[in-house]
Ligand binder design. Structure first.
Ligand code: SF4
Length: 342
C-alpha cells in the first residue's frame, strides 16, 4: 500500500490566496504542519532544496506549488480526447519512462491550479464551439491527477461539473488507488475512469512510488461499483523475458477480480513502449540505475512531430505484441472494446 501523497514543502503564488481553494489549501497545510513558503516566481525549480541534481529532483517530486493557471488555451489530446484539461502539472510517482520527464523537464515539482472555475468556464467555451458535437477532455496529460486529488478535490469538482454537462465528457488515467472521495461524486456516467496497468515485472521494476497492481484493481472495483464507465490503459507494453506469461497473468488477475456483470462498457487502450533520444537522456540522468532497455539499434524509427522521432518495436515484434494482447482481451473480456493499439 502506497500512502496517499503528502508534500514535504508547499509553495504558494501570491494570487492563489485570492481564490477560495487557495485559501482552503493554505489552512489545510498549516493545520497539517507542512512547511509553507511564499514565492513570487512562476518557476520554482531554483528554490527547491537539495544538493545535486538527483536530490533536487527527488525533493521536487514531494513539493507542491499552489498556483493559478494563466493560459486558458487548452492543448489537443489525440487520440483519446479533443482537449487536455489543465488541472495540475507534475507527479509524485517515479516511473522511469514517465512522459512528464521530458514534457515538464525543468519543472518536476507538482503544481495545482486553484482557479478551477475559470478553467471549467473555458472548457464550456470549447464545448459551445463544437456543439452539437460532443467534446472529450483528458485530465491526465500533465499529471496523475487522481494521485493529488485527495488533497485538492479539484478532480471531484470537475467530475461533477461534467456530470451536469450535455456535450462534455471527461476522462483520465491513474496509477494510484486513492479513489474513495471520488466514489460519491455525481458523475452521471460522463466520466471514464481509467487505470494504467501492466505486467508484474514492469510495475515492479519501473514504477516506484505508485500503487501496486492489486491496489489499482481494488480501486477499479470500487469505481465500477460507483457506476463509472471503466477503462484500462495497458502501457507501456514492454518486451521482457516471459512477457507473454506476464501479460496473460495480468488478464487472469483482472478477470478474477472484476465483477462479471459490469463488463459491457469496459475499454482497453494499448500503447507499446517507445522512447525519443531526448527522453532517453533524461531517463538516464534521473534514474541512472534503471534496467529499462532503450537501444536505438533494436528498434524501429518513426518520424514524429517537431522532427523528434520515436523508437518503437520492430514490425514483427509490434505485430506479435498487438496480436497477443488483443487475444487476451478477446479471451477474458469479450464484451470490452479495444479503443486503439499504438
Ligand atoms: Fe508519470 Fe504517471 Fe508515473 Fe506519475 S504515475 S510518474 S504521471 S507515469
Amino acid at each position: 500500500m502506497v500512502k496517499p501523497f503528502m508534500p514535504q514543502l508547499v509553495y504558494y503564488e501570491p494570487n492563489a490566496i485570492t481564490y477560495k481553494l487557495g485559501e482552503e489549501l493554505l489552512d489545510k497545510f498549516n493545520d497539517l504542519g507542512v512547511e509553507i513558503r511564499k514565492t513570487t516566481s512562476h518557476n520554482q525549480v531554483r528554490n527547491i532544496p537539495g544538493e545535486g541534481h538527483l536530490q533536487q529532483y527527488r525533493n521536487a517530486k514531494s513539493t507542491l506549488v499552489i498556483g493559478v493557471r494563466k493560459t486558458l488555451k487548452f492543448d489537443s489530446s489525440k487520440p483519446s480526447a479533443e482537449y487536455a484539461l489543465p488541472l495540475a502539472t507534475g507527479c509524485m510517482g517515479h516511473c522511469h519512462y514517465c512522459y512528464l520527464q521530458t514534457t515538464m523537464g525543468s519543472k518536476p515539482y507538482i503544481r495545482t491550479y486553484v482557479n478551477v472555475e475559470e478553467i471549467l468556464d473555458q472548457a464550456h467555451q470549447y464545448m459551445v464551439e463544437r456543439s452539437p458535437e460532443e467534446t472529450r477532455f483528458e485530465a491526465s496529460c500533465t499529471s496523475d491527477i487522481v494521485g493529488i486529488d485527495h488533497l485538492t478535490h479539484t478532480l471531484k469538482r470537475t467530475i461533477e461539473y461534467f456530470g451536469q454537462s450535455d456535450l462534455g465528457k471527461l476522462r483520465f488515467v491513474t496509477k494510484f488507488s486513492h479513489v474513495d472521495h471520488l466514489l460519491t461524486a455525481n458523475h452521471n456516467g460522463k466520466t471514464r475512469f481509467r487505470f494504467s496497468i501492466n505486467a508484474d515485472y514492469v510495475i515492479k521494476n519501473f514504477e516506484p512510488g505508485t500503487s501496486p497492481l492489486s491496489d489499482r484493481i481494488d480501486a477499479a472495483k470500487k469505481v465500477v461499483d460507483a457506476g463509472y464507465p471503466l477503462g484500462f490503459i495497458v502501457a507501456p507494453i514492454y518486451l521482457h523475458e516471459g512477457w507473454k506469461e506476464g501479460y496473460r497473468n495480468l488478464f487472469i488477475n483482472l478477470d478474477e477480480q472484476l465483477p462479471k456483470t459490469q463488463r459491457g462498457d469496459i475499454t482497453f487502450e494499448m500503447i507499446q513502449h517507445r522512447f525519443t533520444k531526448p527522453a532517453k537522456r533524461v531517463i538516464e540522468k534521473n534514474y541512472p540505475k534503471s534496467k529499462l532497455k532503450m537501444e536505438e539499434e533494436d528498434r524501429r524509427y518513426k518520424w514524429g512531430r517537431y522532427g523528434i522521432g520515436k523508437y518503437i518495436y520492430q514490425k514483427d515484434e509490434e505485430a506479435e505484441l498487438k496480436d497477443t494482447l488483443e487475444s487476451y482481451v478477446d479471451q477474458f473480456f469479450p464484451e470490452a472494446k479495444i479503443e486503439y493499439f499504438t
